[in-house]
Design a binder for this molecule. Structure first.
Ligand code: HEM
Ligand code: HEM
Length: 221
């Protein structure tokens, strides 16, 4: 009982949890992650020599990713706090403070961000641009294959335009590999495991909240 009271006082009791990612957001993240990994696997494994009928699995997961991204974007824009993901002057100040810290120009403690750090905002926006390019070009490329709803027709665009579409699709896919690798690397680093736990179970502790976030910049209800 005493231990529980002491933990309460420190704000580290198990009951003292802060929701970082609601269940809907977690399901969306893992749906987007799974469909992206299937898209990358079905496109690059055949190039590496593993031959299997990949086209149907590829475009079906493409449609799943389109639906998940649309759902997420509408939900985030209208039901969540868009400002938590926008880059502002405070983020630039954080980056400069971190640079000074890494160059040993100051002994000040590292800046505490709002809900997302500048690095997380950067990878979010990079994913947004690159995933949207891959999805938009992939959707156009659907004209080239037979589906239950339409037959292939490659003449809707000129050869030159198809060339641009293919380069953009391939380039965004290659960029995605590197970005996913960097994203997963950081997710698995020991000091970031609290965020990985929050993307699986939903919560961080109040103690972690105070240690990693500025309560004025991420106000939890
Ligand atoms: C299309 C335009 C997009 C918009 C407008 C948008 C907007 C946002 C916003 C405002 C947040 C912060 C929500 C919060 O924590 O309160 C967020 C979080 C997040 N975004 Fe996006 N996003 C977009 C695209 C994407 C894409 C393409 C992906 C992944 C492929 C993605 C994955 C995520 C994830 C995993 C989170 C954290 C989970 C959460 O909502 O708590 N977003 N997004
Ligand atoms: C399969 C391995 C993956 C793991 C382990 C993973 C892990 C995570 C974790 C732990 C977070 C939460 C960070 C936070 O609480 O702020 C996160 C957020 C996010 N994830 Fe993933 N993820 C994976 C795959 C992906 C893929 C494939 C995409 C994109 C297509 C993606 C896009 C995002 C975005 C945009 C965010 C929001 C920005 C951020 O908070 O870093 N994730 N991911």
């Amino acid at each position: 009982m005493n231990r529980l009271l002491a933990e309460r006082a420190q704000g580290s009791a198990v009951t003292d949890r802060i929701v970082r990612h609601a269940l809907t957001d977690r399901v969306l993240h893992w749906l987007m992650a799974a469909s992206t990994l299937i898209l990358l696997g079905t496109s690059f494994l055949p190039i590496l020599g593993w031959q299997f009928p990949w086209v149907t699995a590829h475009w079906v997961s493409g449609f799943v990713l389109i639906a998940a991204v649309l759902f997420h974007a509408v939900r985030a824009l209208f039901w969540k706090d868009i400002r938590s993901m926008l880059v502002g002057a405070a983020d630039l100040r954080d980056v400069l403070a971190l640079a000074r810290l890494n160059l040993r120009l100051t002994d000040a403690p590292p800046p505490r961000p709002g809900k997302y750090s500048p690095a997380q905002k950067l990878i979010h926006h990079a994913f947004t641009v690159v995933v949207l390019v891959a999805l938009a070009t992939g959707a156009v490329m659907m004209a080239k294959i037979d589906t239950p709803w339409w037959d292939s027709n490659q003449y809707i665009l000129s050869d030159a335009t198809w060339g641009v579409i293919y380069v953009l699709h391939g380039l965004s896919a290659l960029m995605l590999i590197t970005m996913v690798m960097a994203h997963v690397y950081f997710a698995l680093r020991p000091e970031k495991l609290l965020f990985t736990r929050s993307m699986i179970l939903g919560w961080i502790t109040r103690k972690e909240y105070r240690a990693y976030h500025d309560p004025d910049r991420w106000q939890v209800k």
